[in-house]
Write a protein of this length. Structure first.
Length: 384
């Protein structure tokens, strides 16, 4: 623990270098990046400036290969603290290069996290981490960093003194394609840290590709449609009925109703673009309430689990994909009778519509109160 009281500013800093002990359980995941960090508790009643320095070298293989130095201040409040990163990539300079981040934390700060991450295939080197806090006289005082020059050797893919990826239960996360090594290709001392990325897989959730089995433009359209629907499902799939049915106010829509609305709107464009017609009577009765929302939807769409709405949503998407597979890029340029938009724009609008309501769903989800605070007394009991 480091403790000092400055004469003028009376700044109190409490620094505890994190030395997290990992459990023995390891989980393997696929993604394009891996990180290592240290975390320091910071408390102050004034603004404090800091500097983070390190030397990086990247021998990349792919166009997106890069090593990134970063610092992030976590505040006690919901307001974001300082955050910055600087990047070394094969497109710039594959030689040892010094990088520096100048930042600050203040009375709202809780923790300072710093370290680095790498992306994609390549050899990524790190050496000579340094951290400084500014004193009252304007000079900077060094702060101790565990294994700052990586002279303690990497053992069993673990970097001594540094925290690697862990989940909420503190199980080690092993990212496929990445391994950690001590390297004699150092900037100072005897050793440096080298992260090797070899066969790192792209994350489909953050890439738009041309889906197989479709013509090129339709294949790209399908990739974008599925990316959005997967995000919608991921956001809502864990909700219980209370959360699914929560009503923010008398004019709002429940999350379950919004999922039904997304399904109804997609069916609407299925009918127009695939069959060149409007809803028939049966379809109108089935989908109109979900399409229009409002008072009828608030009354209709409640008391059902989120899986009820997601099953309908996924069944609608299944038909969309089946129908798009029957069509080609030329069809995208066509329109249906009386339309002022072509088929391509219609399905772009389906994505635009889903993206808009995804933002609404995220906002509504954040406004759901804790269960114990969500109990409302009947009006006749309020004054008793």
């Amino acid at each position: 623990m480091f403790l000092k009281s400055y004469k003028i500013f009376t700044i109190l800093l409490i620094l505890i270098v994190s030395t997290t002990a990992f459990s023995q359980t390891t989980k393997e995941v696929s993604r394009e990046w891996v990180a290592f960090t240290q975390e320091i508790d910071v408390k102050t009643d004034k603004k404090v400036k800091f500097k983070l320095r390190a030397n990086l070298k990247t021998v990349g293989i792919k166009s997106n290969s890069a090593a990134t130095l970063y610092a992030w201040v976590k505040n006690k409040t919901e307001e974001s603290g300082f955050s910055e990163s600087v990047q070394d990539s094969v497109l710039k300079n594959p030689q040892w290069t010094p990088y520096e981040i100048q930042g600050y934390f203040d009375e709202a700060a809780e923790k300072l996290t710093f370290g680095a991450w790498v992306v994609s295939d390549g050899e990524f080197y790190f050496d000579d981490f340094e951290l400084f806090f500014q004193k009252e006289d304007g000079n900077y005082e060094p702060v101790t960093i565990a294994n700052s020059g990586f002279e303690e050797k990497v053992m069993d893919d673990t970097v001594p003194g540094w925290q690697q990826d862990v989940d909420k239960e503190e199980n080690i996360i092993k990212v496929k394609g990445y391994t950690f090594h001590s390297s004699e290709s150092k900037h100072n001392g005897k050793l440096a840290l080298m992260i090797l990325g070899n066969g790192v897989k792209n994350n489909p959730a953050s890439n738009i590709n041309t889906e197989e089995g479709f013509t090129p433009q339709i294949g790209t359209l399908v990739s974008m449609l599925n990316n959005l629907s997967n995000r919608v499902e991921r956001v809502v799939k864990g909700l219980d009925i209370r959360q699914t049915d929560h009503l923010l106010d008398e004019k709002a829509n429940r999350i379950g109703a919004l999922i039904m609305h997304l399904a109804a709107a997609e069916v609407y464009y299925q009918v127009y673009t695939f069959e060149n017609r409007a809803f028939n009577k049966e379809e109108k009765e089935k989908w109109e309430i979900g399409l229009d929302l409002g008072d009828k939807a608030r009354e209709e769409f409640k008391g059902k689990p989120i899986t009820y709405y997601l099953d309908i949503y996924k069944e609608v998407r299944k038909k969309t994909i089946e129908e798009l597979k029957k069509r080609n890029d030329e069809w995208l340029e066509g329109s249906w009778p009386g339309s002022t938009m072509n088929n391509h724009f219609a399905w772009f609008h389906v994505m635009e519509h889903q993206s808009s309501h995804l933002g609404q769903i995220l906002m509504l989800k954040k406004r759901i109160p804790e269960e114990e605070n969500d109990i409302k007394l009947p009006e006749d009991k309020v004054d008793q």
